[in-house]
Design a protein around this ligand. Structure first.
Ligand code: DAH
Length: 335
């Protein structure tokens, strides 16, 4: 019996070494380890082994089975890695790869990021408020009485519950002062909504950037200096800036700001509204807060606001404002 075990061992290992393919190896496995294979068959001979020898013959049979099994496994692994190598032989590592698709930052977001960075350097913090607003935050608190044309149903998206989609980001001035005492120095970029007929220069949803600075003795000079610095940083030092008297309900005096610069084609462009916060706005805040920290006798402030979409359009030479929101990759990939 031991001689048989030894010769079966030699034969099986030789067959495993000789197998060149996975089916070859499977056939060897079947031949030696299958249910009616050589090793199980030999094990049946255990019956006739004398009692004293059973232990050592059994041990030798187990060793044979284990050795053949592990040789088969090693054979499987060797064949698999040879197959891997063969398939890699056809791969040309010097070929250029497939470049991953890379997104780009939307031109409006690029402009917004630049604007935010400039104001942050001047100590302005980011603030925000809800797009769905109360009439009070959008109009009353901003000294805009019920008969004012801005409140017209034809200009504003009213919700059935009386709230509305904010028509400007000036609401964030109010939200901020409600939540904190002066000094306040914030910018608030965000969406604004108007019932405008959508065309090449109008969107019903657009992007504005609001600013507010309230402290003791804030002056028109600071308003001018801050916005001049901002626009010079944004467009370059050769930029001309002019302030024209204007009217806004929530500022007094109020101005419109025009810019003339190479990047915008050297013609005057009206870009922003601004002014000194109207005392009526501070009074509304005192009523609301039930304190006098925004007493117009002790604090003053300036505010400003401008739209970013048309600015982005002019800076990038985009002919139609709708392109900014259509998400056409052929357009967006250019930036
Ligand atoms: N809210 C104004 C608008 O949407 C823009 C504006 C003007 C904002 C003057 C201000 C400001 O803060 O002081 O047309």
């Amino acid at each position: 019996m031991e001689a048989q075990i030894e010769s079966l061992r030699a034969e099986a290992l030789a067959a495993i070494t000789a197998a060149r393919t996975a089916p070859d190896l499977a056939a060897v496995r079947l031949k030696y380890l299958g249910r009616t294979g050589a090793i199980p068959l030999l094990s049946e001979g255990m019956r006739d082994v004398p009692k004293e020898a059973k232990a050592s013959v059994g041990k030798a049979l187990n060793a044979l089975r284990a050795e053949v099994t592990s040789a088969l496994e090693a054979g499987d692994r060797a064949l698999a890695s040879a197959a891997d190598e063969a398939s890699l032989a056809e791969v040309d590592l010097t070929l250029p790869g497939i470049a991953p698709l890379r997104g780009s930052i939307h031109p409006l977001t690029q402009l917004l990021d630049r604007a935010v960075r400039i104001f942050r350097r001047m100590g302005f913090a980011l603030a925000d408020g809800p797009d769905i607003e109360t009439e009070w935050h959008c109009f009353d608190a901003l000294n805009t009485p019920p008969h004012h044309p801005a409140r017209n149903e034809l200009d504003t998206f009213y919700l059935p519950d009386g709230r509305l989609l904010r028509t400007h980001t000036s609401t964030v001035q109010i939200r901020t002062m409600e939540g904190q005492p002066p000094p306040v120095r914030i910018i608030a970029p965000g969406a604004a909504y108007r019932r405008d007929e959508v065309d090449a220069t109008h969107l019903a949803q657009f992007t504005q950037m609001e600013g507010l600075y309230v402290a003791e003795a804030v002056s028109v000079a600071e308003l001018k200096g801050t916005l001049e610095f901002f626009f010079q940083e944004l467009f370059g030092t050769g930029t001309d800036i002019r302030f024209r008297p204007h009217f806004f309900p929530f500022t007094e005096p109020s101005f419109e700001i025009d810019i003339r610069t190479a990047a915008l084609g050297e013609r005057w462009m009206e870009l922003a509204g601004c002014g000194m916060v109207d005392p009526a706005v501070f009074e509304a805040m005192c009523d609301r807060r039930r304190d006098r920290v925004y007493d117009p006798e002790t604090v003053t402030g300036f505010a400003f606001g401008f739209g970013l979409d048309r600015l982005a359009m002019n800076l990038t030479g985009v002919p139609d404002i709708r392109m900014l929101v259509e998400n056409d990759l052929r357009f967006l990939r250019q930036f």
